[in-house]
Design a protein around this ligand. Structure first.
Ligand SMILES: Nc1ncnc2c1ncn2[C@@H]1O[C@H](COP(=O)(O)OP(=O)(O)OP(=O)(O)O)[C@@H](O)[C@H]1O
Length: 444
């Protein structure tokens, strides 16, 4: 339902954009096209049908191209104004290219456009640790091993990575939606001491129309300066898809720049790991695919990992679940992804709230005090009308202080399993298995 709203919003904005465009109000049209692209990108993320995805992508490219044309036109007309600011720096393209050996952080005499890009990149640096530890990621042992190999060991034991032993420079995490690719990246950001850049392609493509490739270049320059950095690109397919006829000039330039930077030709790319994630690895440009030396399949979780996910997501919310119950829940959720189990747990956690909301009878009980478990006090809790202590009342009759909500039970979880179904079909999985056989390796 949410996806339909994103798409509707995108269409509504693009209609305004075309109206402004037709009325020759180009600045407004440009602004609206960019806004619509952001909504289209979000709609694309949540769209499940491959056909609709292709239509949205084609439309997005069309609007992107129009927005680029408008931007070019607006810049040309703006430059006609006789403003003598910046002298020889007025040509931003030359400014950026000539600055390759300069410190990117050297703001003093930085080209204003470079500075703007730099500021934007600074916001991509993850400064607040996401607080996802390796142990919070259930299963995916192999993937975690590779990531530790790539980011922890080279920093901690640089002496091990001399001669021909080089740390991995490009790791691609691919697999169905909701299997923990971004979550793993968060664990990397939490567990490393070095700089972590998190890049959303929509930012690169929509905010920097026309000079996106310079933004990519500057990103790598900045990462090189920081040393031992990780650049995480989520949904890398939308930045580096395989060539097609509808590809815009700017999309091609971004991709080329990415290739150059990942190659590290003429650059010292040691110390940078490019970590990327995608749901559609087969949509990636072949040359880009090759730059990711490790391509790790992040598949659906095994039963053991599913049991751990139930434990993680139910956490310390009061419950009566035993280790045996967690095992049974794992067995009952074959084919569920990590995010399916997360949604399922969210639903199960709400069951006691529903029980309170729907109860027609409550009873008085004595139970350990919330603030001091050594002290017993009186509470009111929902019960069946047949209970010998049942009293007819609703939640509205209860003193909030006295409410004792029921604990989550195994049967609450089973109820949620009946409602929440797996989001990945076995047909989808076949494609990943085939891709892994041809190009990847298992990370589970
Ligand atoms: N292995 C896991 N361990 C614990 N939680 C997980 C795991 N996998 C997924 N989850 C839960 O599911 C949520 C969604 O996962 P995440 O966003 O990482 O999926 P993704 O693979 O990046 O999906 P997409 O491809 O749609 O971006 C996470 O925030 C986390 O709560």
């Amino acid at each position: 339902m949410g996806d339909v709203n994103f798409l509707q919003k995108a269409i509504a904005i693009v209609q305004q954009a075309t109206e402004a465009d037709n009325a020759k109000n180009y600045a407004e049209a440009h602004k609206l096209y960019i806004q619509s692209l952001e909504w289209f990108t979000t709609a694309l993320k949540y769209e499940k049908s491959e056909r609709s995805k292709a239509t949205i992508k084609a439309k997005t490219l069309e609007y992107l191209q129009r927005a680029e044309q408008l931007k070019e036109y607006l810049e040309k007309t703006k430059n006609k104004k006789p403003i003598a600011v910046g002298g020889s720096k007025s040509n931003t393209a030359n400014g950026a290219n000539g600055a390759s050996n300069k410190k990117v952080e050297d703001d003093e005499d930085m080209d204003p456009e470079d500075k703007k890009r730099n500021d934007s990149l600074s916001s991509a640096i993850v400064t607040t640790k996401p607080n996802v530890k390796w142990d919070d990621v259930a299963g995916l042992y192999q993937a975690k091993e590779y990531l530790k190999e790539a980011v922890i060991f080279p920093i901690k034991f640089p002496q091990m990575f001399t001669g021909n032993r080089k740390p991995w420079k490009g790791i691609l995490l691919y697999g169905p939606p909701g299997t923990g690719k971004s979550y793993l990246a968060k664990a990397v950001a939490t567990e490393i001491s070095s700089t972590f850049f998190s890049i959303a392609p929509s930012d690169i493509v929509t905010k920097w129309l026309g000079d996106s490739e310079r933004l990519v270049k500057q990103l790598f320059e900045m990462a090189r300066e920081k040393k031992n950095s990780v650049i995480f690109v989520d949904e890398v397919d939308s930045l580096c898809s395989s060539r097609n006829d509808q590809e815009s000039e700017s999309a091609r330039r971004i991709k080329t720049e990415f290739l150059i930077q990942m190659n590290g030709v003429g650059n010292d790319s040691d110390g940078i790991l490019v970590l990327a994630a995608t749901n559609i690895p087969w949509g990636l440009d072949m040359a880009i695919r090759r730059r990711f030396e490790k391509r790790i399949y992040i598949g659906l979780p095994e039963p053991q990992a599913r049991a751990k996910m139930f434990q993680i997501h139910i956490g310390n919310t009061p419950n009566t679940l035993t280790p045996g119950d967690y095992k049974k829940l794992a067995e009952a959720t074959e084919g569920y992804s990590g995010s399916d189990i997360q949604s399922l747990c969210k639903d199960a956690i709400m069951q006691p709230v529903r029980a309170v909301q729907n109860a027609t009878h409550f009873k008085y009980i004595r139970a350990p005090c919330r603030d001091d478990p050594d002290v017993m006090r009186e509470y009111v809790t929902p019960c069946s009308p047949g209970d010998k202590d049942a009293q007819e009342m609703t939640w509205m009759d209860i003193d909030p202080e006295k409410l004792k909500e029921p604990e989550i039970t195994f049967s609450d979880c089973l109820k949620s399993i009946r409602v929440i179904k797996p989001s990945v079909s076995s047909k989808d999985l076949d494609k990943y298995v085939e891709y892994t056989r041809d190009f990847g390796q298992d990370g589970v």
